[in-house]
Design a binder for this molecule. Structure first.
Ligand code: ADP
Ligand code: UDP
Length: 237
């Protein structure tokens, strides 16, 4: 597999073309941003951890029937993935109130929901990723009704599988963001990444935050938290 030109540089990853038009290489960086790019920094070693973790979790999901973009881990920071046309929605599943949900609805962080919730944001940095509902997504032509049904099914099933896995690691899955895309035959697959950048993960016993909130909120110990999550994952997978 030959690596070709860089197609895109995002906030956390670079994307490269390959000699196969249906495959891409993603390269994970240590760069971290928060608050729509207003806060910038580096989490040393993050790219290596997120690459590995996302690949291990996607392989686990794939085995349980969730189609993903994962093809092959190429190196510490680089992975071969199926090229998708990204559905421009950030799909957020929540089990416990935190972050923007707590702020928006005036609820304490840590309130456990009786059932998981889902919400969608329009993936558009200029507009600040505004919240929208399924009807808005269809009206804006971002996805069809059928695609949204598939995305919801995969997202809730992913939550069920990841929640159970992290529980075995002594970690509570609070919330997370997924991105989906369409491969060349038009079918929907899980894309982008699953990592402490995109999930809230709390130590089940102490409640300690083991995710990007350490960076967002200047709590310190961010590198150590990412390493701890990775250690527990490799002990249990
Ligand atoms: P951002 O664009 O938000 O700054 P990243 O730095 O993570 O995010 O950049 C990775 C980009 O690649 C994102 O825009 C993401 O939607 C996109 N992407 C992820 N997986 C795939 C894929 N399999 N095919 C095409 N694009 C992808
Ligand atoms: N999230 C993400 N990318 C985004 C927005 C949110 O990965 O652009 C993740 C975030 O890490 C958390 C979940 O989605 O696990 C819910 O985030 P929330 O809406 O509470 O937003 P935040 O508090 O991060 O602004």
């Amino acid at each position: 597999m030959e690596k070709r030109e860089q197609l895109y540089e995002g906030k956390a990853k670079k994307v490269f073309a390959t000699d196969d038009p249906e495959l891409l290489i993603v390269s994970y960086k240590d760069d971290a941003t928060a608050f729509n790019g207003l806060k910038k920094g580096t989490i040393s070693g993050k790219g290596v951890i997120n690459n590995r973790m996302s690949n291990l979790l996607m392989q686990m999901l794939e085995k349980s029937g969730i189609p993903t973009h994962f093809v092959e881990e190429l190196s510490e920071r680089e992975t071969l993935v199926k090229k998708v046309s990204i559905v421009p929605l950030e799909v957020i599943i929540r089990n416990i109130a935190a972050g923007s949900f707590s702020k928006r609805y005036g609820r304490d962080e840590g309130e456990v929901f009786s059932a998981p919730t889902i919400e969608f944001s329009y993936k558009n940095d200029e507009l600040g990723d505004p919240l929208l509902n399924e009807y808005h997504a269809i009206a804006l032509g971002l996805a069809t009704k059928e695609e949204i049904e598939t995305i919801k099914r995969y997202a809730f099933e992913t939550n069920r599988l990841l929640k159970a896995f992290w529980a075995e690691c002594g970690i509570t899955l609070v919330d997370f963001k997924l991105e989906f895309g369409k491969i060349s035959d038009g079918s929907i697959v899980l894309a982008d990444e699953i990592s402490p950048d995109t999930c809230r993960l709390w130590d089940s016993k102490t409640g300690e935050k083991l995710d990007k909130d350490r960076f967002r909120r200047d709590l310190g110990g961010t590198e150590e938290a990412y390493a701890e999550v990775m250690k527990r994952l490799t002990e249990h997978i």
